[in-house]
Design a protein around this ligand. Sequence first.
Ligand code: NAD
Length: 349
Amino acid sequence: MSLFSSPHFDNHEQVVYCHDEATGLNAIIAVHNTNRGPALGGCRMWDYASEDDALTDVLRLSKGMTYKNALANLPYGGGKSVIIGDAKTEKTPAMMRAMGRLVDRLNGTYTIAEDVGTTPDDMTEIRRGTAHVKGVKGEGGDPSPATAYGVFAGIKASVKYKLGKDDLTGVRVAVQGLGHVGYDLANQLCVAGAKLVVTDINQTAMARAEKELNAVTVPLDDIYDADVDVYAPCALGATLTETTIARLKASIVAGSANNQLATAADGDHLAQRGILYAPDYVINAGGVIHIYHEGPDYDHGQAFAHVAGIGDVLLEIYALAESEGLPTHTAADRLAERKFRLGTAQQAA
Ligand code: NAD
């Protein structure tokens, strides 16, 4: 596949193919848009079936980061990198150092961080080749608490908007997935007085939620039928399909999972049913906001206040959706485009 004719090419500013002979590294770095600042986005290591698949992924993911970083109010544009290979069997520290040196050649146009298939230890190796890296072991820590806090702020804002309630006392929330983000979120919801229905494949997490959070546990598939106000997907992507949407009793969908809509049309289906959808890449931006704040001058209060701003961004999106008659996922994209295209207009002037 050639780049400019790819259906996923969207005015990406720079796409660089990288190779390191000594370590066998094959990687692609894509910088989608830098109007707001240098591109920030993770490095995914994946055993892609083909080079075309890797290109498609990096084009799609880097564009997503432009939108996410803009709506997280970060002074960053969007970028991403992919390393072609099996992270379990092919990754070596030397390969990561080589990746760092290749990132460094972009002179700060792209800042690398961890993603699927890479770890904070890998970022430590990458740091040996470039200063343009975030998420180095010992400097950042787990972004999940910030993500959970952002989702909590997003649920509060959504409940206020949709149900007109100023607090979460008695609000019923179904949490799907009690992992790093989901359990922390469920705990915050419980403290705030919400009533929980939860599910997970992990029975230990379920038993713990029952005991510690007074949660009602249900089998995996029953979560879509739960009689709740909010459905919070915090496990897998693509759980919102025509079938599951028809089953939801919740009037709000707000959770941390990436790519919650199986297709863009499912965002329309939610709107048609009058269900308020908090766009996933907006409500789950706490992690990337946290990464932005990390470093020697890290201030927890400042970082978490920034994360709490996710609630205000969602309210802005809901207002735009209402005034322009758009589903919220489309309104989010429009708002993001306004934020990052502003720079383009200023440059052209
Ligand atoms: P995690 O792996 O710690 O937790 C996922 C949980 O979902 C696990 O407890 C797992 O047992 C459970 N699960 C798996 N399949 C399930 C199913 N069919 N039904 C119910 N539960 C199921 O992951 P996490 O870090 O908590 O992230 C959760 C989601 O949020 C993921 O989609 C992730 O991509 C997204 N996300 C996470 C962060 C972060 O900072 N961790 C940031 C942005 C987005």
